[in-house]
Design a protein around this ligand. Structure first.
Ligand code: SF4
Length: 332
């Protein structure tokens, strides 16, 4: 884990998760944390009137057993990379990082992290869904899954699962630099390791607690060297001061450290967010130019006005087109 991330001082264990081997595994690794048994994770996680910001300073970990909703239909606001059956799942809720633009700040009432221990039930749900045809499954939604891999090897288990199911394609998206947690696994063609990358000034200003651009790029380069299909996500693109220079410099920097021609594909998208989540974020987070920008509302989504969105996407796309073909750039 990033050294700036504080270990969980308290771990709440749901009664139904108490006997699960995953729970024992996590508790063994976090032996100095205080353990409190609770009835149901929602009693704590969904409690009204939580102090989001205070919790974010020192979040607790909740270990729980998921009972249902093992797969969700992919959102219209996320790219499906041409896969007709696009789903995602939530193996954890909330994140140890603290990106100022993160929709989780507006979606959940608190900042504690829930980690579901019963991955076997998620795998069984995927097998059931596969009976109806090939499936594209994003595994790291509503969290950054790789940041928990040292506690519970969910990503590793999914890669082993996908190895014998070629009709399943999995994507593991992260800002983590800890590719070493997956090292040693033989790459498979139906898995994509995706790194979300931002210009370093954006990392410093808006992606608190995350690894630097340099460290993320190094992790992506190692995964490519080992033979994994690697996706680069430049999402969200932010209209930061000097953005017309910041983003081209950033693409030049990527091209200097990664062989962009060997990247599987690129996923681009400007900042966009459910307007109700944005309202919640304004109440919870420290005031910032990012949250208080005069966004345009369209069908429940807040984002930059269309001419600005188009300018921003076009600039990043043009910079990438110097290195890769248009067919490998997906814009949301
Ligand atoms: S890494 Fe992703 S999930 Fe985590 S805080 Fe940042 S945007 Fe949110």
């Amino acid at each position: 884990m990033n050294p700036r991330i504080r270990p969980f001082e308290r771990i709440y264990v749901e009664e139904a998760a108490r006997e699960h081997p995953g729970t024992a595994r996590v508790l063994e690794q976090l032996a100095s944390s205080r353990v409190i048994v609770i009835d149901h994770y929602k009693d704590l996680f969904n409690r009204p009137r939580q102090d989001w910001r205070a919790q974010k300073q020192a979040p607790s970990l909740i270990l729980a057993r998921r009972r249902d909703d093992f797969l969700y239909d992919g959102s219209a606001h996320t790219p499906d990379f041409g896969h007709p059956r696009f789903f995602y799942n939530a193996l954890a809720l909330n994140c140890v990082y603290d990106c100022g633009y993160c929709y989780l700040q507006g979606m959940f009432p608190g900042a504690h992290v829930t980690l579901f221990v019963n991955n076997e039930d998620y795998l069984a749900a995927a097998d059931r869904a596969l009976r109806d045809g090939p499936l594209y499954l994003a595994l790291s939604y509503d969290t950054d899954l790789l940041t928990f891999e040292h506690l519970l090897p969910h990503a590793r288990e999914w890669l082993a699962f996908a190895r014998s199911r070629p009709e399943l394609t999995v994507e593991i998206r992260t800002k983590s630099a800890r590719y070493n947690l997956l090292r040693g696994i033989e790459p498979i063609p139906n898995a994509v390791l995706a790194w979300t990358l931002s210009p370093q000034p954006v990392v410093e200003r808006h992606e608190a607690m995350t690894p630097s651009l340099r460290h993320r790029v190094r992790a992506a380069a190692e995964a490519m060297r080992d033979g994994w299909r690697v996706r680069i996500c430049i999402d969200p693109i932010l209209r930061v001061p000097d953005w017309e220079k910041v983003y081209p410099d950033f693409i030049d920097e990527l091209a200097g450290h990664l062989n962009l021609a060997n990247i599987q594909d690129f996923s681009l998208g400007v900042f966009r967010i459910n307007k109700d989540y944005l309202k919640n974020m304004k109440r919870r987070a420290a005031p910032s130019e990012l949250l208080h920008y005069p966004y345009e509302n369209n069908n429940g989504l807040s984002s930059y006005p269309k001419p600005q969105r188009d300018d921003m996407t076009a600039l990043v796309r043009e910079c990438l087109l110097r290195h890769v073909g248009a067919e490998r750039i997906f814009v949301t």
